[in-house]
Design a protein around this ligand. Structure first.
Ligand code: KIV
Length: 269
């Protein structure tokens, strides 16, 4: 079983692997493949719920999807991604929402899209026994402010990421996602803090890598420039659905082996 402590030990020895999953069957596949961390990302807003962004995802949706993922996971660490405004507004409500992911959905940890407003909250959550994964760089919950653009591209903004990374490590976060930042900035952040960094669009020097499962398996219409597709599940599904439609329309399905007949029911009246 992957634990927060085991992850810290793995950092710097071999790369940490992390993928998103939003349902039990997918989590089962990801877990069986030996992926270290399953993130129930609020990217589910785009990938699974048909929204234009992650902003509409609710605590109830995150709780339900996290519980489904946790039920199908034996070994990986399950991390629930806290939805927009479910944290950072009011401390008591933030703690309650994060706590529900552990108490009611069996998550191992929560992830907070981080900033200056999450340093104290991270410390408080960790004191209470809720492990926190921080997330800096591109944080899609700020889409209305910064879009989906690369972050940390000036000295000032790169320093801000580095300073916030140190502050969250000091506050007790057990790992840090770095999204869409220059590789050389990610290298310096990774060297500067003693918790594992997990990169997405942050170059090869992070302690681990994370991608969205839909991009990896080929279910996305548009893959971000920093992601890679390793399979073509969408093409396989299109083939299967088309073959089913053709078989029904041609009256080839259901065949005899898919039906059963009770002789004494030949004449009901
Ligand atoms: O929601 C998500 O899937 C994420 C990852 C991209 C890190 O935050």
């Amino acid at each position: 079983m992957v634990t927060v402590r085991a992850l810290r030990a793995k950092a710097g020895t071999e790369p940490i692997t992390m993928l998103t999953a939003y349902d039990a069957p997918t989590a089962g596949i990801v877990d069986a493949a030996g992926i270290d961390i399953i993130l129930v990302g609020d990217s589910m807003g785009n990938t699974s719920l048909g929204h234009e962004s992650t902003l509409p995802v609710t605590v109830e949706e995150m709780k339900s999807r996290t519980a489904a993922v946790a039920r199908a996971t034996d070994d990986a660490l399950v991390v629930a991604d806290m939805p927009f405004l479910s944290f950072g507004v009011d401390e008591a409500a933030s703690i309650e929402n994060c706590g529900r992911m552990l108490k009611e959905a069996d998550a191992d940890a929560v992830k907070l899209e981080s900033g200056p407003h999450t340093v104290d909250l991270t410390e408080r959550l960790v004191q209470l026994g809720i492990p926190v994964m921080a997330h800096l760089g591109l944080t899609p919950q700020r889409v209305k402010e910064v879009g989906y653009s690369r972050q940390g591209t000036s000295k000032e903004s790169a320093r801000e990421i580095l300073d916030l990374a140190k502050a969250h490590a000091d506050a007790g976060a057990f790992s840090l996602v770095l999204e869409h930042v220059p590789a050389n900035v990610a290298t310096q952040v990774t060297e500067a803090i003693d918790i594992p960094t997990i990169g997405i669009g942050a170059g090869p020097d992070c302690d681990g890598q994370v991608l969205v499962i839909d991009d990896v398996v080929g279910m996305s219409d548009r893959v971000p420039p920093f992601a890679a597709q390793f399979g073509d599940v969408k093409a396989e599904m299109e083939k299967a659905v088309g073959a089913y439609r053709d078989a029904v329309e041609a009256r080839e399905f259901p065949a005899d082996e898919h039906s059963h007949v009770e002789d004494e029911l030949d004449e009901l009246y």
